[in-house]
Design a protein around this ligand. Structure first.
Ligand code: NMX
Ligand code: MLT
Length: 439
């Protein structure tokens, strides 16, 4: 059975479950919205649904019900590897169950068969100015693949709504299959000699990325698998997932939609924080001529805050404890290169910054997020071109958002269109509420 047939076999139960829930309970209230939430980026307003992942503020992400340590433990691994096959993760996100080794390989095989990147993508990338940000190149490459969309073609040819998910899955497999090669090409083209290393059919998706980057070190292959798994999904309200979902909700195909998601990931408060965080660490290292003392880190952190900047890699809109994605990467580094100077610095910063943020009293979450350490690990393996790091986040994020896009089509999720109000309307609501409280 291939991944499409497996998905087809779990769909009828889900459709029935959702239809019944909405039919019998459509009027049941899920949440209320305050004026601070309306003005405050809709924080914590429960208004989206996904069964693929959920972020608990204290526990962190669960992917299809599994915590990060469980995912890393239970997903099948290639022989001799420390980290699981990314194909197994994609199976878990799409199907909702931990795959067997063979089932994980089915996805890896789908990817292998679809991994060729059309040459015009390379030509286009070659023609862009050398100071183009790699995130722009990545987003543009994906947008330019839009002419390959099976969904767009079949939709215009006439397709039943209940079958929309089938070409969406086809597009998602085609797109995700090509991303390691596209990312690695952007890396070589922007910083090296523009050479293209084709994927090695003997390697899995994560390991192939390492190989195409020119780092065929088994440890970096494991780090790549880990990195993509950890960055895959973080429920649906995060900016890149939400942007992808919003764009796709108009029945745009996955190429348009994921390109939109990447444009949102490129912001410093979201995915670009991984680049910003490493820059921050390297600035500390340079300023103090090596790994500084706790007092020096504290002083630098306060200077950052006093200059009006955020401390990148710390804080979160949902989390209220250290991000388990940070912990998993921390453990990897601690195991493989505990004496690396930048890792020692990142470790020290993690001991100091939460207290500084708590003392400042503004951030609701003073703890490290996924971006606090991801760049340190890449730096250790010589991926020292910091503005490339968000591209890797994007490669990982493709897995979650495409799985969600397939399910959104399968469950017939409608075009997203929340209601906006004016400030005067909110003032009137506030005044009415005051009167009601007085009576
Ligand atoms: N350093 C300094 N100030 C911070 C930080 C931080 N790391 N985190 C939050 N604050 C401030 C925030 O700017 C806000 O200030 P003001 O009232 O002056 O606008 C105040 O604390 C309250 O913000 P929160 O409600 O705690 O955070 P919010 O939900 O608005 O934003 C982030 C969440 C993640 C955008 C925010 O914590 C932040 O800017 N962190 C640093 C950037 C970062 O690491 N982003 C990556 C997030 C993960 N990802 O990959 O996307
Ligand atoms: C993410 O992985 O998308 C980030 O942690 C941001 C978020 O969840 O809001």
């Amino acid at each position: 059975m291939n991944i499409r047939d497996r998905l087809a076999s779990v769909l009828p139960d889900w459709r029935e479950r959702v239809t019944k829930l909405v039919r019998e309970n459509g009027d049941v209230r899920v949440d209320e919205v305050t004026i601070s939430q309306v003005y405050g980026g809709m924080r914590n307003v429960k208004s989206m649904v996904t069964d693929i992942s959920f972020v608990d503020p204290n526990e962190g992400i669960r992917l299809r019900g599994f915590t990060v340590p469980e995912v890393l433990d239970k997903l099948p691994k290639p022989p001799g590897a420390e980290m699981p096959l990314v194909g197994g993760l994609y199976y878990l996100l799409l199907i909702g169950a931990i795959p067997t080794y063979e089932q994980a390989l089915e996805v890896e095989d789908e990817w292998k068969a679809r991994s060729d990147v059309p040459h015009f993508i390379f030509d286009m990338l070659n023609s862009l100015p050398s100071d183009s940000h790699p995130m722009m190149l990545f987003s543009l490459a994906i947008l330019a693949l839009q002419n390959q969309s099976v969904f767009a073609k079949q939709y215009h040819a006439g397709l039943k709504k209940e079958d929309y998910w089938i070409p969406m899955l086809e597009d998602s497999l085609n797109l995700t299959a090509k991303l390691p090669a596209i990312a690695a090409y952007i890396y070589h083209c922007k910083y090296k000699d523009c050479g293209y290393t084709p994927p090695d059919p003997g390697l899995d998706w994560g390991a192939n990325y390492a190989q195409m980057m020119g780092i065929p070190n088994p440890e970096y292959m494991d780090l790549s698998r880990l990195y993509f798994i950890l960055h895959s999904d973080h429920e649906s309200g995060n900016a890149s997932a939400h942007a992808t979902h919003l764009a796709a909700s108009t029945l745009s195909d996955i190429y348009y939609a994921f390109s939109a998601g990447l444009n949102s990931l490129a912001g410093p408060l979201h995915g670009l924080a991984n680049q910003e965080c490493l820059i921050w660490l390297l600035n500390v290292y340079e300023k103090f001529g090596g790994v500084p003392t706790e007092e020096q880190v504290e002083q630098f952190a306060w200077e950052t805050l006093q200059s009006g900047h955020v401390i990148p890699g710390y804080g979160h809109a949902v989390l209220r404890k250290p991000d388990p994605r940070f912990t998993a990467q921390f453990q990897f580094a601690n195991k493989h290169f505990p004496d690396d100077e930048i890792f020692r610095l990142a470790k020290l910063v993690n001991q100091v910054v939460p207290d500084v943020l708590m003392a400042q009293g503004k951030a609701k979450d003073p703890w490290p997020n996924v971006d606090a350490i991801s760049g340190t690990l890449q730096y250790h393996y010589n991926v020292k071109e910091l503005d490339f790091h968000t591209v890797m986040f994007g490669v990982g994020r493709s897995l979650g958002v495409t799985a969600n896009a397939v399910w959104a089509r399968a469950l017939g999720q409608p075009i997203e269109r929340p209601k906006s109000v004016t400030t005067a309307m909110l003032e009137a609501i506030a005044a009415k509420s005051k009167v009601a409280q007085l009576n």
